[in-house]
Design a protein around this ligand. Structure first.
Ligand code: ASP
Length: 291
């Protein structure tokens, strides 16, 4: 049997990155990647690597998730997050939460629970019952990130046992209606993981990703296509309704890929035996690195 190898990819959102902020995005992704990578290298679980990498991205005000989330139409932060276990197909998700320091960890605490998704006050009460770290609503607001177009974060990880996990966390869209929930906490829309096929995490215009169940489309394409071709197929499907997206993938064979139709999409990845790499614009960066 072929030797198993770990792999991990993180993203910092599909968007136009403000000029001069590109390095900050690369470095933020690399810092989060390093946390997930060290868990996988030690033989840790894909679920833990994905959760911890996304926690680091939630902590980084460069990105629109957790601390540094964008404001909705009421001037409040509302976060959504989900994590999926490709071994059991368990999903944990929270949405429209205002006082959770790490929405992804509350989503992870939901994994063994019967409900898949809790929203608003119910999700916050669950978090408190589990002893999760909470904060005042205003504590997640960062006055200036220098990057008003910021977006969702995510991670896909494959561990040495062959388990795959996917995680997505977001502050949603700037100026969105209070209570609006996008694709990020919805399996089949903003993420999916199945050990038999692979794992995916998406960013983009949530309404369009929901209309096209884009993560499900991508997973379906992965059943017969390599990751790059599967992503192209998903982006073609998205073009029926329009909208921007960025997609990351690790398939069951450990193949990593990503792409975006947004101006930029900050990504970092690593696998056993290969050093980490980071990108903010797939076509431009690949051209510069392999002229
Ligand atoms: N997909 C997220 C949402 O619609 C935000 C984003 O990735 O742009 O809430």
């Amino acid at each position: 049997m072929a030797e198993r190898a770990w792999a991990i990819i993180v993203h910092g959102g599909a968007k136009a990155i403000a000029p001069g902020q590109e390095q900050r995005h690369r470095e933020g992704c690399l810092r989060a990647l390093a946390i997930g990578r060290s868990i996988l290298q030690r033989g840790g679980r894909a679920l833990d690597a994905a959760e911890q990498a996304v926690r680091a991205l939630e902590d980084d005000p460069t990105f629109n998730a957790g601390y540094g989330s964008v404001l909705n139409a009421e001037g409040a932060v509302e976060c959504d997050a989900a994590i999926m276990d490709g071994k059991t197909l368990a999903v944990g998700a929270v949405a429209a939460v205002r006082t959770l320091r790490h929405p992804i960890s509350v989503a992870a605490a939901m994994l063994p629970e019967r409900p898949v998704l809790l929203v608003g006050d119910g999700a916050e009460a669950f978090a408190r019952a589990k002893g999760a770290e909470t904060c005042a609503p205003g504590d997640l607001i960062v006055e200036t990130t220098g990057d008003p177009g910021c977006d969702t974060v995510g991670c896909v990880a494959l561990d040495l046992t062959g388990d795959i996990a996917a995680a997505t966390s977001t502050g949603g869209l700037t100026g969105a209606h209070a209570g609006r929930v996008g694709d990020s906490p919805l399996p089949g829309c903003g993420l999916y993981a199945d050990n038999l096929t692979g794992g995916v995490s998406l960013s983009g215009e949530g309404e369009r990703l929901i209309q096209t169940t884009l993560a499900a489309r991508l997973m379906q394409a992965l059943e017969t296509l390599p990751p790059g071709a599967a992503i192209a197929e998903a982006l073609r499907h998205l073009s029926r309704v329009g909208g921007e997206a960025g997609l990351i993938v690790i398939d069951a064979k450990g193949r990593i890929d990503w792409d975006h139709n947004s101006a930029q999409f900050a990504v970092a990845y690593a696998r056993a035996g290969q050093p980490p790499r980071a990108f903010v614009d797939r076509r431009q960066d690949l051209q510069e690195q392999n002229p």
